[in-house]
Design a protein around this ligand. Structure first.
Ligand code: ADP
Ligand code: MG
Length: 611
């Protein structure tokens, strides 16, 4: 597998690599220079400068909204049909502030952001349990409500005609142009800094798999709320600028039809990419300008563009470039495992006299299936505790009960002698981290970013530090990267840290998942059949990892079928059959236990391993 991946990897000359590395910077510099010089350019070449300035200002405002849409849909995976409604709310905010209250326009922008955040927060909080499509429908309903409230509440919104005379008092057209460009720049940097920080990695982890995120101690609800309200604030901001640019606001601004251009722009440019929204909006603004003599076909053409884009380049311009041979990160190479587990990742040892993790009388039935039927298990600190048993005997269900991914019918769970909290992320926060039997890697992110996502629980910076890149963020980020590099070296994956996780071999993916879990700094690491599909060198790395944990006074729970591996690393074994514990003790004793041999009689292969 890795051999074929290698032949696919683009062979790049050093000139090519250099060009690729500097390409984004070069393009950014050119784009910024053109935008800054634009009013001078139009002034020099055109009798109609303010028209052309207005086009770019409007595109910048659209790009701000599209970035907001990208933050919700692209990064947080929240299908939002209410972005035009949020724009409308932002428009009312600035109209009310400037026209009715006679206050400066920038205060209107602040109010627009606050209202955008509040509205999106409200909508998210009533639809937390909704799946993707239902969430989309709820936002659609919210959009209708916002528009119709605008129509009906004449005293505040001016009804159908809306509010006129909205203007950035004291600013010339050209000055306002620079305001829109500056806001676009700031919003772009906010998006970039956030996405590339631990906050963004948490958001993407929740989008990929809320369960995996929870197992790493990331709070799904809080994380979604954070990103969606921030996106809402930015949508409100865009709406306020839109009203200032137009000179009025009315409910038509909020109707869903007007959202078409943002959706087309986002999908055309590349959803879930940083520059995609800006590029998409630029392309559309250009097209709309070129066909302005046939304006009544604009919607038709945009519709066709979206359809064609979805068919030909479903990943959008940026996404397609990234997936291409030139744009893709080069495949790495296998490296020898080196170094030990970084001490800074491991938490302080736990009290050796109290079990690190304990389940008492756990019962979990699925209808008539007694998956777990009164299991007692006690995992000592400073040990590797194996759980073995035939397929379907209830091992994974036991672990899911211990970590609260399943609600038990009865029984207690104790972590270091104290009752376990009842949410999976809270269990992870208390230091019990689980790696699932079915792999859940963040396939579209680099190997390094996967490990960094695991670090999020121990990173103590929030959104402001991430956006402003304060020292608090920079120090922690440097530490995280250093620790992640050490972990990857330990697992023999350092040569592959920049490649996409999805392009690893099966064994490497399993190992990476374990490394990511270790990155969260667990006191109890639960591995569900980690050695399946691993080559001997990878099993070696796993063995060293388990021993490092034990020697550090921490605990590993190991569900495994590979008996060689189990016998080599486990200090204690619990054997489960049909949801019940049939034996428990040191491996040597368990292996001779008649009940165990009996349970394994149906599996002669395993009996051979046992004896
Ligand atoms: P093991 O990990 O030991 O192979 P599991 O804990 O996955 O076994 O499963 C134990 C039993 O519970 C099996 O009979 C399985 O079919 C059943 N089971 C597991 N999860 C569910 C579920 N979510 N719904 C219904 N039955 C389940
Ligand atoms: Mg299982």
């Amino acid at each position: 597998m890795s051999a074929s991946a290698k032949t696919e990897a683009p062979a790049r000359t050093s000139v090519q690599s250099l060009a690729l590395r500097w390409l984004p910077t070069a393009l950014t510099v050119v784009a910024v220079a053109v935008l800054v010089a634009w009013p001078s350019i139009t002034n020099f070449y055109s009798y109609n400068a303010s028209y052309y300035n207005g086009i770019v200002a409007s595109a910048a405002i659209s790009a701000v909204l599209t970035i907001s849409l990208n933050m919700s849909m692209g990064y947080a995976g929240l299908l939002s049909m209410m972005h035009t409604g949020l724009q409308l709310v932002g428009g009312y905010a600035v109209a009310y502030t400037t026209v009715n209250a006679g206050l400066p326009w920038y205060l209107g922008m602040v109010l627009a952001m606050a209202l955008g955040a509040v509205f999106s927060g409200l909508v998210l909080s009533i639809s937390l349990r909704a799946t993707y499509l239902y969430f989309g429908m709820i936002t659609l309903a919210a959009n209708l409500i916002m528009v119709e409230t605008g129509n009906a509440w004449e005293a505040v919104t001016g009804g159908v005609t809306g509010i006129v005379g909205v203007a950035p008092g004291g600013l010339s057209k050209v000055q306002f142009y620079y305001v829109t460009i500056a806001v676009l720049g700031i919003v772009y940097i906010i998006q970039r800094n956030l996405v590339r920080s631990g906050v963004g990695r948490a958001v993407m982890a929740v989008k990929e798999s809320p369960d995996t995120a929870s197992a790493l101690g990331i709070r799904p609800t809080r994380t979604k709320m954070l990103m969606f309200t921030l996106a809402g604030a930015i949508a409100g901001l865009s709406g306020s600028m839109y009203a200032l640019q137009l000179g009025f606001i009315n409910p038509d601004v909020g109707i869903l039809d007007n959202g078409l251009v943002f959706f087309v722009g986002l999908f055309l440019g590349g959803i879930g990419t940083l520059v995609g929204p800006v590029i998409g909006v630029t392309v559309i603004a250009t097209v709309v300008e070129l066909i302005k003599d046939h304006a009544r076909y604009t919607t038709l053409i945009l519709g066709c563009t979206l359809l064609l884009a979805m068919m030909i380049i479903p990943k959008g311009i940026v996404g397609t470039w990234r997936a291409s041979k030139l744009g893709r990160p080069a495949e790495g190479e296998d490296t020898e495992p080196t170094g030990g587990l970084p001490e800074s990742v491991l938490p302080g040892a736990v009290d050796p006299d109290v079990p690190a993790l304990e389940g008492r009388g756990l019962v979990k039935h699925f209808g008539g299936v007694k998956a777990v039927d009164g299991v007692d298990i006690s995992v000592a600190a400073g040990s590797v505790h194996g759980i073995i048993g035939p397929n379907g005997s209830g091992k994974s269900t036991t672990v899911a009960s211990l970590t609260r991914f399943l609600k038990v019918d009865s029984g207690e769970v104790l972590i270091c002698g104290e009752p376990a909290p009842d949410k999976p992320f809270a269990v992870a926060e208390r230091g019990v981290t689980r790696v699932f039997q079915v792999p859940h890697l963040f396939a579209q992110q680099s190997v390094m970013d996967n490990v960094l996502a695991g670090m999020r629980r121990r990173e103590r910076y929030g959104v402001p530090s991430a956006i402003l890149r304060l020292p608090r963020y920079r120090d922690r980020d440097a530490t995280s990267r250093e620790e992640a590099a050490q972990l990857l070296a330990f697992a023999g994956l350092s040569g592959r840290s920049e490649q996409l996780a999805g392009s690893l071999s099966h064994g490497q993916k399993r190992l990476l998942e374990v490394v990511r879990a270790v990155a969260s700094g667990p006191r109890v690491l639960i591995l569900d059949e980690p050695a399946t599909g691993l080559v001997p060198a990878e099993i070696d790395a796993l063995t060293r990892l388990c021993r490092a944990f034990r020697d550090h006074g921490l605990a590993v729970v190991l569900i495994e079928h590979n008996m060689d591996f189990v016998m080599k690393v486990c200090d204690e074994l619990t054997v489960i059959d049909s949801g019940k514990v049939i034996a428990c003790g040191p491996p040597a004793e368990v292996r001779a236990d008649p009940a165990v041999l009996e349970a394994y009689l149906g599996r002669p292969d395993l009996v051979e391993d046992l004896s």
